[in-house]
Design a protein around this ligand. Sequence first.
Ligand code: FCB
Length: 383
Amino acid sequence: MKKEHFFFGAASSAHQVEGGQMNDWSEWEARTGHERSGTAADHWNRYEEDFDIAKKLGHNAHRFSIEWSRVEPEEGRFDEAALEHYVKVVQALRARGMEPFVTLWHFTLPVWVARQGGWESEKTVHHFARYVGRVAARLKDDVKFWIPLNEPEIYSHMSYLVGKWPPAAKNPFRTVSVLLRLARAHRAAYAVLKGIAPTAEIGIAKNHMYFEAAGKNQWNEMLKACADWWWNFFFLDRAKDSLDFVGVNFYFHNRIDGWFNKNRNEQASDMGWELLPETLYHALAELSRYQKPLYVTENGLADAKDVYRAEYITEALKAVAHARREGVEVRGYLHWALTDNFEWADGFFPRFGLVAIDYETQKRTIRKSAMVYRDMIKKWPNI
Ligand code: FCB
C-alpha cells in the first residue's frame, strides 16, 4: 500500500484537553473534591498552535472529540457558537492537510442528561441521536470519519462497576444495562449519520485487550475465551452491522496463567501498565475477524521522562506493519496523545503527550520521541 493511504497522527478528547468544561465530569470533580480538569491544555483556545505542531511532526490525521455539553448546554437548545467552533477546528485540520477523525461522545455528558439518568435512561439514546444529527448536518461536508462512541466497555466498568468515575456506581446489573444501551446508541447514531452523510465512514473506538493464555493449557485457554467474549467481542458483536470500520484503542496485554494479570511487568509506564507494544499485532489479528478496515484510534503510554515512548512507538508501528504483511487491513495509527492532558480519575500526573505541557504557562515542548515517530512516518512502510 502506498504511503498516502495510511493515516498517521495522534488523538485527544474534549474534556481532557479543551479546558473550561461544564459537564457531568466537571460537576463531579467539584462535588467530590477530585483534582479539577480546569483549563486543562487550553486546547479550546490553542488548537491552531497544537495543529501546527502536529503538522510539523508529519501527521496527516488527527482524532478529537466534540463536547456534547457545549453543543447542547440545555435540553433542545443548540449553541451555534460552539458548533461554529468545531467547524473551525475541522477547517484548521483540513488547512494543514490532516484528516479529521471525529468522536461524538468521549465519556462526558451534559449535566441535564446526567440528571435524567445518563446512559441508564433510554431517553439518552434519543437525545444522543438528535445531537449527532445536529453535528453531522454542520460538519458533513468536511468530515468523512466519524466515531460516535469511545470505549463503551471502559466507561461502563469504570462508572458502574469499579465506581471510580461518575456516577460512581458499583453494580454489575447496571454495568451490563449501560453497555447494552450504548450499543443501541451506537446503532441509532449510525443510522442518523448515514441518513445525513451517506458516504461517511463510521466506526467505534473500541478498547481491545490482548489476553494471552500462557502455555498450552486448557484452563488458561478457557479463561481467555471467556475474557475475549466479554471484553473484546460482546459490544462489537452487537454493533457490527453498524460499523464501516473498527477503531482499536490498545493499551493492555493481560497474561493468563492460572488467573488474570500474571504479567511479567519488565517495563511499566508511569501508570503501572505493562509495556508490551508488540502485542498490538495480536489485537489487530483478533479484530480482523470482523472483516472491516481497522484503524488504531489510540495507543500510547504515560511516560513523563520520555524514556520508553520512542521504543514503544517503534515497536507498535512494527506490529502494525506485521499485521499488514499478513493481510490484516490496518489503515491508520493515531497515537494517544498529541499533548499531555487530564487523565480522568488520575488527574494531571500521567504524561501521555508527544508534546509536553507546562500547565503553569501552557507552553508546549515537543518530546524527543515525537521526532522518532516523525522519522518513522517518513520512512514508512520501510521501517
Ligand atoms: C483510554 C481513553 C482515553 C485516555 C487513555 C489513556 O481509555 O479513551 O481518554 O484516557 O485511555
